[in-house]
Ligand binder design. Structure first.
Ligand code: SAM
Length: 303
C-alpha cells in the first residue's frame, strides 16, 4: 500500500488539522444544543467491547480524533492505541490524557497507511469512527485486508459510517443527488427490508443479502465539511463488502436518529435533541431504526 496521499486524504488532513480544538469541545459535550454524535458512536463501540469475553487486551482506534474512545477503552483495563494523522488532534489527545491519566493508552501521530501493530501481537479490537468516509473504496478494501490480518479470530472491527440510507429521509441535496444517480429504489428497498424485519438480526441479514454496490458520487454536498468526497455506505452494503474480507456483521447501531429532516430541525432544536437522545438510550442497537439515522456503527467479528 502506498503512503503517497490521495487528494481526498490531503483535503481531509487540512480539514481536521484546522478543526481539532473544536472537535474536542464537541466530543466532550460542550457543543450546546447538538446531538453528541461522537459520544453516541463511542458508546456503540463500548457496548461491543463490554460484551467481549475476555475484555479487549489490545485495541487500536484508527482516526482517533481527540482520543475519547481510546481513553474509555484503556479505562476498561486494556492497552489502547489511538492513531491519527493530524498532529493537532494528537495534541488534543495529550490534553485529554493529562486530565484523565490512563496508563494503558498511547497516542500515535501517523497515517494508518504507514502503521503496523506491535511486533508479534494481534489486536482484539479495531475501531474507526467517522473515518471510512475519508478513504476511497479501494483504500478501504486494502485496509480491511490489513485489519483482518491484525485481528485475532473472534476479535472485532467496529466501523462507523455515514448512513447512505438516510439520504432518502434527509429530503435535502443528498436526496436530490441520489435521485440523479438512480439509486432511490435500491435505498428504499433496503430501508424497507430493515424496517419491516421481525428482529434486528434478521433485518441486518436481509439487508446484506439484498445489497448491491451503489455508484459513489464524485462530489458530495458540503454540509459543513470541506472535503469534496465523503463516501457513504448502507448497512447492507458494508456488511456484504466486509464479508468478503473475513468479517461477519453482527450488529449495526443507529446513531443520531432524525425525527425530522435536517432543514427543519433547527426550528425545533430542543425537541430534536431530546427525541434523538431518548431513542438512542431506549434502543441503542436496533438496526431497524437505521434508515432514519444519519450514521450507523457496525460491529464485525473476525472469522
Ligand atoms: C471525523 S474524525 C473522527 C474522529 C474520532 N474517530 C471521533 O469519532 O471523534 C476523522 C479522523 O480521522 C483522521 N484520519 C483521516 N485519515 C486518516 C489516516 N489516513 N490515518 C490516520 N488518521 C486519519 C482525521 O485526522 C480525523 O481526526
Amino acid at each position: 500500500m502506498s503512503s503517497t496521499r490521495s487528494s481526498q486524504q490531503d483535503e481531509t488532513l487540512d480539514y481536521f488539522r484546522a478543526g481539532a480544538e473544536a472537535w474536542r469541545k464537541s466530543a466532550i459535550g460542550e457543543a450546546q444544543g447538538e446531538v453528541n454524535v461522537i459520544a453516541q458512536r463511542i458508546e456503540a463501540v463500548l457496548r461491543v467491547a463490554r460484551r467481549m469475553n475476555p475484555a479487549p487486551g489490545l485495541s487500536l482506534d484508527v482516526g482517533c480524533g481527540t482520543g475519547q474512545l481510546s481513553l474509555a477503552l484503556a479505562a476498561m483495563g486494556g492497552e489502547a492505541v489511538g492513531l491519527d494523522f493530524a498532529p493537532e488532534m494528537i495534541e488534543q489527545c495529550t490534553i485529554g490524557l493529562k486530565k484523565d491519566p490512563q496508563p494503558g493508552v498511547s497516542f500515535i501521530q501517523g497515517s494508518i497507511f504507514d502503521y503496523g501493530p506491535p511486533a508479534g501481537r494481534s489486536l482484539d479490537l479495531i475501531s474507526a469512527l467517522g473515518f471510512i468516509e475519508y478513504v476511497s473504496p479501494d483504500e478501504l478494501e486494502q485496509l480491511l485486508v490489513r485489519f483482518r490480518k491484525w485481528l485475532r479470530p473472534g476479535g472485532f472491527c467496529v466501523l462507523g459510517s455515514r448512513n447512505r440510507l438516510f439520504n432518502l429521509f434527509s429530503l435535502n441535496r443528498f436526496t436530490q443527488l441520489e435521485r440523479g444517480l438512480g439509486t432511490i429504489e435500491a435505498l428504499l428497498n433496503e430501508s424497507l427490508l430493515l424496517a419491516m424485519a421481525k428482529d434486528p438480526t434478521s433485518a441486518l441479514k436481509a439487508a446484506m443479502d439484498a445489497a448491491t454496490p451503489l455508484p459513489q458520487p464524485e462530489v458530495h454536498p458540503e454540509a459543513g465539511v470541506t472535503v469534496t468526497q465523503r463516501y457513504q455506505y448502507t448497512p447492507g452494503e458494508l456488511a456484504a463488502l466486509t464479508g468478503r474480507f473475513g468479517f461477519r456483521a453482527v450488529s449495526a447501531a443507529p446513531v443520531h436518529y432524525h425525527p425530522m429532516p435536517p432543514a427543519v430541525k433547527g426550528d425545533r432544536g430542543a425537541f430534536h435533541l431530546d427525541y434523538s437522545e431518548a431513542l438512542f438510550a431506549a434502543a441503542p442497537e436496533d438496526v431497524r431504526l437505521v434508515p432514519q439515522a444519519s450514521t450507523f456503527v457496525m460491529a464485525l467479528e473476525a472469522v
